[in-house]
Design a binder for this molecule. Structure first.
Ligand code: PGA
Length: 250
């Protein structure tokens, strides 16, 4: 059985004290313990956040990692460094990384490899921009992002990954994909996994929805058979909203 997961991507927000306070409130909240909660703070806080969550069931992630193993790569964080501070999850290819830092699928494939070599769990993000959807090219775009960044993995490796579908036009805009739109793409992604890895593996992989997910729409989104939770941006900066989303599985 695949896991239901709610992951909070804090992006480049919060001072140190705000970050500590936010995670403290989340740790002290009551939530459905069948759901895996993951907080994804800015990397500079991750070590401390991991200590604060260590006695809870909440896991910690970071928002990016290097495609290189170690050495003279100023400003970068390697997967082994991330592992060494007790962090298990890493976002790969968030649309903001793709757009503002020109991350390409080939580089993302290398990042995924480094993470898996160190026993970490990539959360591989895919999704189309509005123009691609309007041209009805979104299925091809998502297929390509998955094939080039993720589908080089073997049967064992792919089972250590989480996929997040995030339509770029829905991120931070307040516009959410409708429940049907989300299910349509999640079902499509699951079908690609079936074609490549077979039904049993495809059924074991969690596919999260991201893009203006909030307490008021999470229940409807998560009720879809192929939506296994959410990657939450803005609403994850409020402990109350984040926990309300985590409690939205029926
Ligand atoms: P949002 O962001 O919830 O603020 O739309 C989602 C994300 O980018 O992960």
């Amino acid at each position: 059985m695949r896991k239901n997961i709610v992951a909070g991507n804090w992006k480049m927000n919060n001072s140190h004290s705000e970050a500590v306070q936010l995670v403290g409130s989340i740790v002290n909240s009551i939530y459905d313990d069948a759901v895996q909660l993951i907080v994804i703070p800015p990397s500079i806080y991750a070590s401390e956040i991991a200590k604060i969550t260590s006695l809870s069931q909440i896991e910690v992630g970071v928002q990016n990692s290097s495609q290189y193993e170690s050495g003279a790569y100023t400003g970068e964080l390697s997967s082994s460094m991330i592992k060494s501070i007790g962090v298990q999850y890493v976002l790969v290819g968030h649309s903001e990384r793709r757009e503002y830092f020109d991350e390409q699928n080939v580089t993302l494939a290398l990042k995924v490899n480094q993470l898996l070599n160190d026993g970490l769990t990539p959360i591989y993000c895919c999704g189309e921009i509005l123009e691609e959807r309007e041209k009805k090219n979104h299925f091809n775009i998502i297929k390509n992002q998955l094939e080039e960044g993720l589908f080089h993995l073997n049967d064992n490796q792919i089972q250590s990954c989480i996929i997040a579908y995030e339509p770029v036009w829905a991120i931070g805009t307040g516009v959410t994909a409708s429940s049907n739109q989300a299910q349509e793409i999640h079902h499509f992604i699951r079908g690609l996994l079936v074609d490549k890895y077979g039904v049993a593996i495809a059924e074991s992989i969690s596919i999260l929805y991201g893009g203006s997910c909030k307490p008021s729409n999470a229940t409807e989104l998560f009720a879809n058979p192929d939506v296994d939770g959410g990657l939450i941006g803005g609403a994850s900066l409020s402990a109350e909203d984040f926990i309300a989303i985590a409690n939205s599985f029926s």
